[in-house]
Design a protein around this ligand. Structure first.
Ligand SMILES: NCc1[nH]cc(CCC(=O)O)c1CC(=O)O
Length: 337
C-alpha cells in the first residue's frame, strides 16, 4: 500500500492592513478551493511600521516599500505566495519572481466619498477634495468645477474618516478597495472612465511566487484569468512606455469587448498636465493576444502627440521647490496611483 505524503500548508504572505488582509484572504480561499491548505503569514514593511507608529512620513511612501517587503520574504523562502494590489507593482519585472496569476478583476473605477452623499458636480466651488494621486487630481481639476484638490494620506478607513469628521468635503478612492472591505455603502458617486480613467491595474490582484518553485507555478496558474491578465498587460504597457518619456499623471483602462473579429481589447488612456489644463486622450483596439503591443502603440501615439511636453510642465512644477506641502499633487507620482 502506498501513501501520498501530506503536502505542507502553503504559506501566503500578507501585509497587515485591512485591505491587504482581505485581498490575501480572498486569494487564500481560491487556493483552498484548489484543495490545498493555506496559512497566512503577516509581513511587516517599513512603510507599515511608520504608519502604525503614527510617524509622519516624508511624503507618501512609494508603494514599492510594501511590494518589496513581500518579495523579500518570498525570495528568502519565508512564504510561498505573495498577494499585492496589481496597481502597486512597478512595471519592471523582479528577478526570481513570477507574476503567476491575475485573478478576475473587480470594477476598476474610481469613486467619490463625499459629505451628505454629494456628487462632484453637486459640491460647491472651493470644496476640499482629498486625494494623494496626481492622476485623480489632474482629471478632477480638468472637469472645471473649481474644486480644491488637497493631498491626503493614510489607509482607506482614515481617508473616509476625514470626510465624516468634516475635515474634507470629499475623498476619491478606488471602488475595488471599498468593495473588498465591504464599505461600498460609503460611495456617493462612481466616476465614469470617460471623465476619470483609473490607474493601470486598478481593481486587479497580483499573485506572485518564486520562478523556480515549479509546484507553486503549476498550482497557482489555475487562478489566472486570461482576460484580466490581457487588460492589465495592455495598461501596464501604456504606463511603461509613457514612463520612458513622460512623468505626468496617467490614467488608462483596457476592456475586453466583442469586436467584429471576435474578442478584442479596447484601451483608453489619458496623460495630463498636473493641473489638468492640458490632456492627451486616445484609445485603440487590438487583439487580446497582442495586449502589450496594443498598449505600447497607444502610448507611442500619445508621445507623438506631445505627452512628453506635459512632463516638462511637471518638472517645472516640482522644481519650484518651495518645500511647502501644498495641494500640489506630488504624491504617489512614481506609480500613478
Ligand atoms: N494606492 C493604494 C491602493 N492600492 C490599491 C488600492 C485599492 C485596490 C485596487 O485599486 O486594486 C489602493 C487604495 C486606493 O487607491 O483607493
Amino acid at each position: 500500500m502506498t501513501t501520498t505524503p501530506t503536502p505542507h500548508p502553503i504559506r501566503l504572505g500578507t501585509r497587515r492592513s485591512l485591505l491587504a488582509r482581505t485581498q490575501s484572504g480572498h486569494v487564500a480561499d481560491l487556493v483552498r478551493a484548489l484543495g490545498r491548505e493555506v496559512e497566512l503569514v503577516e509581513i511587516t514593511s517599513d512603510g507599515d511600521r511608520s504608519q502604525a507608529a503614527g510617524t509622519p512620513l516624508a511624503g507618501t511612501p512609494s508603494t514599492g516599500v510594501f511590494v518589496s517587503a513581500l518579495r523579500d520574504a518570498l525570495l528568502a523562502g519565508e512564504i510561498d505566495v505573495a498577494v499585492h494590489s496589481l496597481k502597486d507593482l512597478p512595471t519592471y519585472p523582479q528577478e526570481g519572481i513570477t507574476l503567476v496569476a491575475v485573478p478576475p478583476r473587480e470594477d476598476p473605477r474610481d469613486v467619490v466619498v463625499a459629505r451628505d452623499g454629494l456628487t462632484l458636480g453637486e459640491l460647491p466651488q472651493g470644496a476640499k477634495v482629498g486625494t494623494g494621486s496626481p492622476r485623480r487630481a489632474a482629471q478632477i481639476q480638468a472637469l472645471g468645477l473649481g474644486l480644491d484638490l488637497v493631498g491626503v494620506r493614510g489607509n482607506v478607513d482614515s481617508r473616509i474618516g476625514k470626510v465624516r469628521s468634516g475635515e474634507y468635503d470629499a475623498v476619491v478612492l478606488a471602488r475595488a478597495g471599498l468593495a473588498r472591505i465591504d464599505r461600498l455603502d460609503e460611495v456617493s458617486e462612481v466616476l465614469d472612465p470617460l471623465q476619470v480613467l483609473p490607474a493601470p491595474g486598478q481593481g486587479a490582484l497580483a499573485v506572485e511566487c518564486r520562478t523556480d518553485d515549479a509546484e507553486m507555478v503549476a498550482l497557482l496558474s489555475g487562478l489566472d484569468d486570461p482576460f484580466t491578465r490581457a487588460a492589465v498587460e495592455a495598461e501596464r504597457a501604456v504606463l511603461a512606455t509613457l514612463e520612458g518619456g513622460c512623468a505626468a499623471p496617467i490614467g488608462t483602462l483596457a476592456e475586453v469587448v466583442e469586436g467584429e473579429e471576435g474578442v478584442e481589447l479596447w484601451v483608453r488612456a489619458v496623460v495630463l498636465s498636473p493641473d489638468g489644463s492640458r490632456a492627451i486622450r486616445l484609445s485603440a483596439t487590438g487583439l487580446v493576444d497582442d495586449a502589450a503591443g496594443v498598449g505600447t502603440r497607444l502610448a507611442e501615439e500619445m508621445l507623438a502627440e506631445g505627452a512628453a511636453d506635459l512632463n516638462a510642465e511637471l518638472n517645472a512644477e516640482l522644481n519650484k521647490g518651495d518645500g511647502s506641502d501644498s495641494a500640489a499633487p506630488e504624491l504617489d507620482k512614481v506609480h500613478n496611483a
